[in-house]
Design a protein around this ligand. Structure first.
Ligand code: FAD
Length: 477
């Protein structure tokens, strides 16, 4: 579809969490923007979000949660090796609580606030998930013109400023030029663009996007064409280990109990030689788990029948991370294993004995590794990698199973540099007049080479914060 008019005060490219937040903020500031969304539906990856970061929100005050902002800032800067932009991160943290309050005042409902693993207690979980939050935002979008199946194809640039853009109808290919005083890029980052992901230093075939498929890096490419700085490609938000399926797309395994057992129960992980290589409870931090998996050529999660029976009938060894709905047991696990074996799934291998499993997968050290691991389990201590003792469970009862692991990616940040008002900067470090960037497109400013799981909810919180930040600058001018 194409816009109704040819001239707008403000155009927002992307109808996801940040774009819709910007539309609402703009309406509150008296503007009636044009919102362009290239997909059929609105909300982008915002539909899948669990929660958003806030510091000193109404809910934290109610729960008596106090956070030392400067300590948090310094810890995050250390975590990113000072690759995060201190001024930008500081402004975000200082305004994040007010951003949660703003969403709450709009009607967005939060179920709880707290930590993930040993993180800061910053994540405000949306009641009903991200989809419910998006629907609430949409109800507040009243004066904006929202056009779906409308892709921003090129920015118009004249006399040193962005003056509008060319919109392409995704159905017909027809194009229309639109002038605008200000353009906000809110296109969700580049996780669905394999060529751009390849520019990330850790690129590996086992990296698999688990997203809506529309985050193809359009914002940064549009901005680069008009002189934006090619800022370093920042962190990819690894979702921890994932089943490495070469046939079905990764989201097909999102609700899989085999995936939960293999990636989140911290049992035994071995590499291409069958050697143990890390404390498997690294999965407390999904990005660290992703990094650790990528240090090896191949990774298999090893289960025995005793483990499968325990998880299915007795209960979990470890609460499932990053999900508010951790089940008490993995009751479907035996059935899933049977089904996958029946379909000859390449990621799952069974051996009646360890020797058979090792032979099938060419894992020369596997038998010795399991024997040593069982000794650690018997002693209740892991002096090798220091895994917590409650996750040391012996593997003794055949048959044995190996699940090959890759790494899921939820979003990719970086590529653009913005100032503390979310104005896009050129290679000289100065704003390109008329051009703003928000959400994942700008969130590379907050991270180093590893996404900050230590600050859970930071990308969703930033999507809403940066939207308001850009709009308030536009409204002031
Ligand atoms: C499964 C999953 C779970 C997640 N959970 C969390 C979480 O719990 N907490 C958290 O902080 N973050 C989470 N995230 C990260 C999430 O991506 C962000 O928090 C949030 O969606 C970022 O908002 P955004 O507006 O930048 O991107 P999106 O919400 O993805 O919106 C971008 C929109 O721009 C559109 N678009 C792209 N290019 C164009 C173009 N050329 N023209 C027009 N439209 C275009 C896209 O179609 C899309 O609708 C999760 C991501 C995934 C995939």
């Amino acid at each position: 579809m194409l816009p109704k008019k040819h001239d707008y005060e403000l155009v927002i490219i992307g109808g996801g969490l940040s774009g819709l937040s910007a539309a609402v903020a703009a309406e509150q500031a008296g503007l009636a923007p044009l919102v362009l969304e290239k997909g059929h539906t609105l909300g982008g990856d915002g539909n899948y979000v669990e929660g958003a970061l806030g510091v000193d929100s109404y809910l934290q005050q109610k729960e008596g949660i106090k956070i030392d902002r400067l300590k948090l800032l310094h810890e995050e800067l250390q975590y990113s090796h000072y690759e995060a932009n201190a001024a930008h991160l500081n402004k975000f943290i200082n305004n994040s609580g007010a951003t949660i309050d703003w969403l709450h005042d709009l009607g967005v409902k939060f179920a709880k606030v707290g930590a993930q693993g040993d993180s800061w207690p910053t994540i405000h979980s949306f009641a009903g998930g991200g989809h419910a939050a998006i629907q609430t935002l949409l109800k507040q979008v009243k004066k904006s013109e929202v056009v779906t199946e409308a892709k921003a194809a090129r920015l118009l640039y004249q006399d040193g400023r962005v003056t509008g853009l060319t919109v392409a109808d995704e159905a017909t290919g027809q194009e229309q030029d639109v002038t605008a005083k200000n353009v906000i890029l809110a296109t969700g980052g580049y996780v669905d663009n394999p060529a751009l992901v390849k520019q990330h230093q850790s690129f590996d075939d086992r990296l698999m996007a688990v997203s809506d498929g529309k985050s193809t890096g359009d914002g940064m490419q549009l901005a680069w064409e008009v002189g934006a700085d090619h800022y370093r490609m920042g962190a990819i938000q690894y979702g921890g280990g994932a089943i490495y399926d070469r046939q079905l797309p990764p989201f097909m395994h999102m609700a899989s109990q085999l995936a939960a057992a293999a990636t989140q129960e911290a049992i035994l992980w071995v590499n291409e030689r069958g050697e143990r290589f890390v404390n498997e409870d690294v999965n407390d931090n999904m990005c660290h788990a992703g990094n650790a998996i990528l240090t090896q050529a191949k990774v298999y999660s090893i289960l025995d029948q005793g483990t499968v029976d325990h998880l299915a009938k007795v209960g979990l060894y470890k609460e499932l991370g990053n999900t508010p709905f951790s089940p008490a047991k993995l009751e479907k696990l035996p059935e899933e294993i049977e089904n996958d074996l029946g379909h000859h799934a390449k990621y799952l291998t069974k051996g009646e004995t360890l020797a058979e499993l090792a032979a099938k997968l060419h894992l020369p050290a596997l038998e010795e590794t399991v024997a040593s691991y069982n000794q650690l389990a018997a002693g209740g201590e892991d002096p090798v990698f220091g895994k917590a003792k409650q996750y040391l469970t012996a593997l003794t009862t055949g048959p044995f199973y190996a699940v090959e692991l890759g790494v899921g990616m939820a979003c990719a940040l970086g590529g653009l540099k913005v100032d503390t008002n979310n104005r896009v900067l050129n290679a000289h470090g100065f704003p390109i007049p008329g051009l703003f960037s928000i959400g994942n497109d700008a969130a590379g400013m907050l991270v180093g080479d590893t996404y900050a799981v230590t600050l859970p909810g930071s990308t969703a919180g930033y999507a809403a914060f940066s939207a308001r930040n850009a709009v308030s600058t536009i409204a002031k001018n």
